[in-house]
Each structure stands twice: as structure tokens, then as C-alpha cells.
Ligand binder design. Sequence first.
Ligand code: FAQ
Length: 311
Amino acid sequence: HGEAGRVRFDELIATDSRIEPTDWMPDAYRKTLVRQISQHAHSEIIGMQPEGNWITRAPSLKRKAILMAKVQDEAGHGLYLYSAAQTLGTDREEMFEQLLSGKAKYSSIFNYLTPTWADMGSIGWLVDGAAICNQVPLCRASYGPYGRAMVRICKEESFHQRQGFEILLALMNGTDAQKKMAQESVNRWYAPALMMFGPPDDDSPNSKQSMDWKIKRFSNDELRQRFVDMLVPQAEILGITLPDPDIKWNEERGHYDFGELDWSEFYDVLKGNGQANTVRLARRRAAHENGAWVREAARAYADKQATLAAE
Ligand code: FAQ
């Protein structure tokens, strides 16, 4: 079984076919998928907080309805992703435990605060924009349940990105104070959004193996470049300045050059020293504890139904 399984696994990867939950797979493949998919799920769930902060203060009924729908989508994304990770044999409770104990990572971006309404625009435009660049290639990830979950998620992310762009566009067509608020917000979110793609390729320990296994299809730096190339023309339409004086079209490369990022800030956020790491985890822990009765009731109901069905 072992040797035949390995041969078939290599063949499925080589022919761009899909690995399914019942197929044999190397332990390290399983492990890296659980790592990436569960961190992605945690990001969606923790990522509800910076925007949840604005639901009660959205500037109109329409904005409030849109924001509520977006945050609910994020809960849904988290749930598809936990389900995809569970197909690899890791319990949901175990993944929650890893998040709440601080053992598992979630995206660095959600450790930044959202003090202004314009931050809802920046999150949509920059954070969801980065998420789409990173996630569209994941729709072709070699692990079937992950790739299929990503297809649905990406459809919703593109709506999220457009609603953020439209918030900024409305502000940029507004008063001087509104324009200033939009620019100030983009100044804060731009560099952290570029860091979402992960460390530079030379400092990315997981990339090579994940690309060989066709989980990742492009490297962190390739996707970051693609994102900057996408942002520059959109910033022009908005009339917003990207806060990097080194952005410049490079005719020879056919891409925009851009400046070095401050990676010490990224590693500092990963270590727990971002603006909001403590608040985000404390709030998630409280929500988990306050929701214990719902999980217990659901379990009791499921048990009762199973007993009735057996009778
Ligand atoms: N934050 O070797 P690599 C969203 C870690 S979008 C924190 O390059 P890999 C939508 C990395 O885990 C955000 N940690 O790692 C939304 C590894 O540590 P480990 C979520 C980061 O896996 C929008 C170490 O650094 N999207 O939620 C980050 O090959 C608005 C070395 O890095 C995904 O998770 C980071 N930014 O590449 C929701 C996408 N970057 O695990 C709400 C799926 C790297 O060895 C509101 N994930 N690290 O301890 C991926 O594509 C990959 O996992 C990367 C990292 C590209 C994130």
C-alpha cells in the first residue's frame, strides 16, 4: 500500500490532478495543509473583528447592511476552511485550541486597529485585494477540498474588494476632510497589506516544498508584485497616493518597482507585539467561552436525533 500510494500520489501531482481525503499522502503534505488551511480559517474568523468594530457606527443603513453581509461572509469562509482542514483528520476543537492558546498563527494584517470609517474602505480595497491575488491561484491547489472551498471564497472576496474600493471612491469624491481621512487610512494599510503575502522568497521556509506539491502556485514575491501592479492604476482612478516614493514603472521588467518593506515590523506582529494581538485573542476567547452552551445544545440535539433514528 505504502509504495503504491506514493507512486500514485506523485503521479497525481505531476499530472495536475487532485488529491482527495481518502488518497494516500505523505505526512508532511498533510501537515503543511492543516497548517496553512487552519491558519487561513483562523484569519477569516479573527478578521471579522476589525470590521465588526464599525457595524454599529456605519454612516448609513445601506453601508451597515453591506458591512454586516461582508462580515457574515467571513464567518462562512472560516467555516468552509475548518471543514476542509477536518478532512485531513484534525479535529475542529484542536484547531480552536491552537488558535486560543496562541500556538497557531493568523494573518498579521488583523492585528492593526481600525480607528476610522475609511479603514473599512482600506480593508476592502487593500486587504481583500491582497487576499484575492493570493487566493485565486489557491483555487487550483492540489488538495481537492481546499481548492473547491477557495472557488466559493474568491467569488465573495471580489465583491468585498469592490465594496472597499467604492467606499474610498465615495470619500475621495467628498469633502476635504473625507479625502484626508481616505488618504490617511491608505497610508496606514498599504505596507501591512503588502506583508500579507508573507516574507520575501529567500526567507520563506515553506514555499519551495508547497510549490513542488502544487499547493502554492506562485511565490510570495511574485504575488506581491502582481498586487502592486494591480494597485497602481486603481490608486490613480481613486486619486489616492500610495505611500511609497519608490513606486515607478520599470519598462525592462514590465512591472512597477517598489520600495523595501520593514520586515522587522512583520516579525514583531507575528511575535504578538502588534497593535491589537492581545485584544483580538481575548475577544475570540470570550466569544468561544460564551458560545459553549450553543455547542453543547447542538451536540445534545444531534445525540437525541441519532438515538431516535436508531430506535
Ligand atoms: N501573517 O514560509 P512562508 C483573509 C508565516 S486573507 C502571519 O512563506 P507559507 C481574507 C507562515 O505561516 C488572510 N503569518 O509560509 C479576509 C510561516 O509560519 P509557520 C489569510 C504569516 O505558508 C479579508 C512563516 O510566516 N490568507 O483572511 C504571514 O508558505 C478581510 C513563514 O512563511 C491566507 O491564509 C502573514 N501575513 O506562505 C478576511 C491564505 N505570512 O506556519 C477578513 C492562505 C507568512 O511555518 C477580512 N495562506 N506567515 O509557523 C497562504 O497562502 C500562505 O500560508 C502564506 C504564507 C502566503 C500566507
